[in-house]
Write a protein that binds this ligand. Structure first.
Ligand SMILES: Cc1ncc(COP(=O)(O)O)c(C=O)c1O
Length: 384
């Protein structure tokens, strides 16, 4: 059996959780939350990072910090997880979906300007598979049209664009530490606040609308309710789990990249024969091997491949049903321009097992099984 995902586990997690319990500080913003926030600020050269209860809640915070008004519009790809859209719907905005590029599956930066109206306020690039969107172009468009940029870097922790950490380029960046991500705290995430003037508002929003963060820093002598807020602060137990992995972030990253490269090299012969397509990583992107996907020729071939792998004990999965064709997407948004690639390319994509600790023997078995599938369908003289 080769499962699709195994939650990352380094070994020191239990020790750190025990320490948090013994310190009698298991709510948020204790030793481990601070260690994680500080590590990300240092490592990613980020202005301010705050751990949150999920990647979704980091996006909620970002959407609220954008100060949207009902009827404002937000531009995002349709090929993404529902959370990218939910936060902006919650903030009262209308969604405007743009097509993706077939090479990276990221929002097509050349389609953004045509989607801008006088109600547009925010662009949300989603760095799919931890490979960066074309951020120079997106930031230039945002600047010229006075728009905010919220990077959905849920999959992009430890990835870079032209040497800059994903999440630190737009006005806000959002990370996920869900158990399916490269670094995990079970459920969790973080918001990167790249605008210094928004930090205090973000702290208040995260702490139930109070200025408790200032109080703990000794900047006010009592704390009180000062604005709208919610509870976006994770427990120290989750932060302790994450800290174990951030300490070993390079080791985890290296391990995943090694598996990614094995897949790439092993499947290159099939790609060279034109039987499958492999992921593209543009030269300016440093990726984190969040996922390894291949693209089949069409939906039927993908369904047959997933079944073939499943029969050999290998779990492979597909996603996303494009948001604009989902019931909520139809209700809350519209597609700008033509859907040239979003639906067609998402129908072809299959994700192979990828996690910290995946062995060479396992990636080889997966490569052999995919190769056998195409050998079989080729022998029959059809694409399957
Ligand atoms: C692109 C994207 N955005 C947002 C999220 C939401 O993150 P979380 O599951 O931590 O809420 C995910 C997680 O799967 C994601 O992949």
């Amino acid at each position: 059996m080769i499962t699709f995902n195994v939650a990352p586990f380094i070994g020191t997690e239990i020790e750190y959780i025990k320490d948090a319990v013994e310190r009698q500080h298991i709510c948020g913003d204790g030793k481990y939350t601070k260690l994680c926030d500080q590590w990300m600020e240092d490592r990613f050269q980020a202005n301010k990072v705050l751990l949150t209860t999920s990647g979704s809640s980091a996006l909620d915070m970002a959407a609220l910090l954008c100060g949207l008004q009902p009827g404002d519009e937000v531009i995002l790809p349709s090929f993404t997880f529902s959370s990218t859209a939910n936060s902006f719907v919650m903030a009262g905005a209308k969604l405007v979906f743009v097509d993706i590029r077939p090479d990276t599956m990221n929002m097509d930066e050349t389609k953004i300007e045509a989607a801008i109206t006088d109600r547009t306020r925010v662009i949300v690039p989603v760095h799919y598979a931890g490979v960066a969107c074309e951020m120079d172009t997106i930031m230039d468009i945002a600047q010229r049209h006075h728009l905010l940029v919220v990077e959905d870097a849920a999959q992009g922790v430890m990835s870079t664009y032209k040497g800059r950490a994903l999440g630190t380029i737009g006005d806000f960046g959002c990370y996920s530490f869900h158990e399916t991500k490269n670094y995990s705290m079970g459920e969790g995430g973080a918001i990167v606040i790249n605008r210094p003037e928004m930090v205090e508002k973000a702290e208040i929003l995260r702490e139930k609308g109070t200025n408790r963060s200032k109080f703990f820093r000794g900047q006010v002598d009592k704390y009180t309710w000062v604005d709208y807020g919610d509870s976006f602060l994770p427990s120290e137990l989750n932060a302790a789990y994450l800290w174990a992995q951030l300490e070993k972030a390079d080791e985890i990253n290296h391990d995943r990249l090694t598996s990614w490269n094995h897949y790439y090299e092993g499947l290159l012969p099939l790609a060279n024969k034109g039987l499958i397509r492999l992921p593209t990583v543009p030269a300016e992107c440093g990726h984190n091997a969040h996922m390894f996907y291949i693209k089949t020729n069409d939906l039927n071939e993908r369904t047959a491949l997933i079944t073939f792998l499943k029969d050999r004990g290998i779990t492979s999965v597909f996603h996303y049903i494009p948001l604009h064709s989902a019931p909520a997407g139809e209700r809350f948004g519209r597609f700008s321009g033509a859907d040239e690639y979003t639906t067609a390319e998402s129908n072809k994509l299959t994700r192979l097992p990828m996690y910290y600790g995946l062995t060479r023997a396992e990636t080889e078995s997966v490569v052999e099984a995919v190769t056998a599938f195409y050998g079989k369908s080729h022998d029959k003289g059809k694409s399957c």
